[in-house]
Design a protein around this ligand. Structure first.
Ligand code: HEC
Length: 125
């Protein structure tokens, strides 16, 4: 039999999700330093998309929070080239810190990967 509470539960689940996408600016978050080997060639499909989907979804899937979409190559490349992608994950305080607390920040290794991907020309494949 169909659960009559389902629409109500879905409503609250959606509200909780939307609420979690609002956040306050917080200073001095701690990035976990982890030892790592970063490949010379990184690609969006290979290494970058998995990092982003794990850490930036569901807030930045179209229509993303703050007008930022991080769910496809073209938009990610644009955010990367604007400098905003790296600035937000290295917690440059002129940008809103991403991902917002209390969510775990990217570790130093993932940050290194994203920086190198941009330095090597934002390859898709
Ligand atoms: C819990 C939801 C959430 C997660 C997860 C999240 N963001 Fe955001 N992001 C937001 C919101 C909300 C804003 C708009 C912030 C504002 O304007 O105050 C935003 C804004 C941004 C901006 C624009 C920053 C600025 O100063 O204008 C960038 C870039 C960004 N996010 C990148 C990321 C990246 C990269 C990740 C993953 C590593 C991520 N976000 C994860 C909610 C999130």
């Amino acid at each position: 039999m169909r659960n009559p509470w389902l629409p109500i539960m879905l409503f609250f689940a959606t509200q909780a999700l939307l609420w979690s996408c609002k956040h306050e600016k917080v200073k001095n978050p701690v990035m976990t330093p982890v030892p790592c080997e970063v490949q010379d060639t990184l690609t969006y499909q290979g290494q970058i998309a998995p990092i982003l989907s794990q850490n930036c979804f569901p807030c930045h899937v179209y229509p993303g929070s703050g007008g930022i979409n991080i769910d496809n190559f073209t938009d990610v490349k644009a955010v990367a080239l604007s400098g905003m992608l790296v600035q937000s994950i290295i917690h440059d305080t002129t940008y809103v810190i991403m991902p917002p607390p209390p969510q775990k920040l990217l570790d130093s290794c993932d940050v290194k990967r994203i920086k190198r991907w941009i330095q090597t020309g934002c390859k898709e494949f």
